[in-house]
Design a binder for this molecule. Structure first.
Ligand SMILES: [Zn+2]
Length: 464
């Protein structure tokens, strides 16, 4: 018997059992993905001009929380690569997005379609829209700083992508979802009524309270990164101190609990969603904690293992603005008692006088990234309202198909992206916000269909 234990056949059987056992609990097979993460601090030095609330009259006043840009580079078994960059920033401007993508293509041979740039939309960080210098009369000292910051940021983001690529190791991916209810549809509920309406269960209007979570672990099972999202304006505070707002705190809380993990927040279709009630520092902590807890709960559940190959596609949806008012009307607006209307009128007249055409066409970047058969990530530019999330999920979900993750605020955050319903209803997101931008009028009624026509094509392309 003792001799039998050492027989080659017996030993082979034991080894077989060990291999099968370990493979069954997912620990033995060599991970099929490669992933690398990196982060860089992007808090501007000293006082700077803040973006997000046009009514601000002075620069930033100190730092409550630093701002970061973070990147994850993911390769499939065949070497196809996608990089996702998340930032504690108000916007990714079209110029910034295009410049970063061009330099990343040159330097790392990564096509624009395989790079996703998302911003958290914190309103407690720097202004990045250079045209606001003239539109909003930014004091020259701070306008100069804004230009210098944007140039530096561009280089930082390009380097960040390189660092994430350079740090890739064998990895496993999984996907799961949590939920947290602090986002309120701000078009359908008055802020002052929210506490009462919430306690009575009477909040109305579309919301998407889901918290998509992608977990990335190395071959030892250590969590390298957790990428998570939520569809809600990152606007708890409107003060002049630097912070990543609730999303910054959610990332901070997760990283405090998992010191070796990079936590990355990706903004969803939260254009018409607000965290309510808000405006107190305690709310920052409350919503940051609620979101971090939703991520932790999701991580503790049984995730869907993500396997297969990567495919990505990007295209511009051909959108169209309504024309700006006639010259006589704009000339009258120069005398308006509303300073934003005055500023906008002066801007448009300046363009017309300089012989430039205020273009009515706008190519809005939309992107689809497919992680095997398990996850389809759809990233839409602009401040897209929550209907985009609901419609994309309903449209692209099917039995045994991938989970759907809808990100907004990606690649080019030019302003609000209403659906047809919101456009027709009007109000701030429907077209009222246009006075704060350089664009002529609200979108035409084709806006939503143009986005989905383009998206449909991209989703088909990455399914093939
Ligand atoms: Zn916004």
């Amino acid at each position: 018997m003792l001799n039998d234990l050492y027989s080659p056949r017996y030993l082979a059987a034991i080894i077989c059992l060990i291999v099968v056992g370990v493979a069954a609990n997912g620990m033995a097979a060599e991970p099929a993905w490669r992933a690398g993460v990196a982060r860089t601090k992007i808090t501007p030095d000293g006082p700077y001009w803040m973006g997000g609330y046009a009514k601000r009259t002075g620069p930033s006043e100190g730092t409550l929380q630093d701002l970061y840009a973070k990147a994850i580079a993911i390769n499939d078994a065949d070497g196809a690569r996608v990089v996702i960059v998340t930032t504690d920033l108000l916007v990714i401007t079209r110029e910034l997005g295009e410049d970063v993508k061009r330099r990343v293509l040159d330097k790392y041979k990564l096509p624009a379609s395989h790079l996703l740039l998302n911003c958290s939309h914190t309103h407690c960080g720097p202004e990045l829209r250079l045209y606001r210098e003239s539109l909003h009369n930014i004091p020259p000292e701070f306008a100069r700083k804004m230009h210098a910051y944007v140039r530096q940021l561009e280089t930082q983001l390009v380097d960040l992508v390189g660092k994430a690529i350079a740090s890739q190791v064998p990895a496993r991916l999984s996907f799961t979802q949590g939920k947290t209810p602090f986002a309120v549809n701000r078009r359908n509920n008055r802020a002052a009524d929210v506490p009462r309406l919430r306690s009575e269960g009477k909040l109305i209007g579309p919301v998407d309270h889901s918290v998509p979570v992608m977990k990335v672990t190395d071959s030892n099972g250590s969590m390298l990164a957790v990428l998570f999202g939520y569809a809600c304006h990152n606007t708890v505070m409107s003060f002049n101190r630097t912070s990543g707002d609730y999303a910054g705190f959610a990332q901070q809380f997760i990283e405090e609990k998992h010191p070796d993990t990079v936590a990355m927040f990706m903004m969803g279709a939260g254009g018409d969603q607000n965290p309510e009630p808000r405006r107190k520092v305690e709310h920052l902590h409350q919503y940051g904690r609620a979101l971090a807890d939703a991520v932790e709960t999701a991580l503790a559940s049984k995730p869907r293992r993500v396997t297969g190959s990567l495919r990505a596609a990007l295209a511009n949806a051909p959108l169209e603005f309504q024309p700006h008012a006639a010259r006589e009307t704009i000339e009258k607006q120069v005398e308006s008692t509303n300073k934003y209307e005055r500023w906008k009128a002066n801007y448009i007249l300046g363009e017309l006088d300089a012989g430039r055409i205020v273009s009515r066409k706008y190519g809005l970047p939309v992107q689809a990234i497919r992680f095997g058969n398990d996850l389809l990530l759809v990233a839409i530019g602009g401040e897209c309202v929550v209907d985009y999330s609901m419609r994309a999920k309903a449209k692209y979900s099917h039995d045994a198909g991938p989970d759907i993750w809808v990100a907004g605020y990606s690649n080019d955050v030019f302003g609000y992206l209403p659906t047809l319903r919101v456009l027709k209803e009007g109000g701030y997101e429907g077209g009222g916000h246009m006075v704060y931008t350089k664009f002529p009028g609200p979108f035409t009624e084709t806006v939503e269909e143009r986005v989905f026509e383009t998206l449909d094509r991209l989703v088909q392309e990455v399914e093939r």
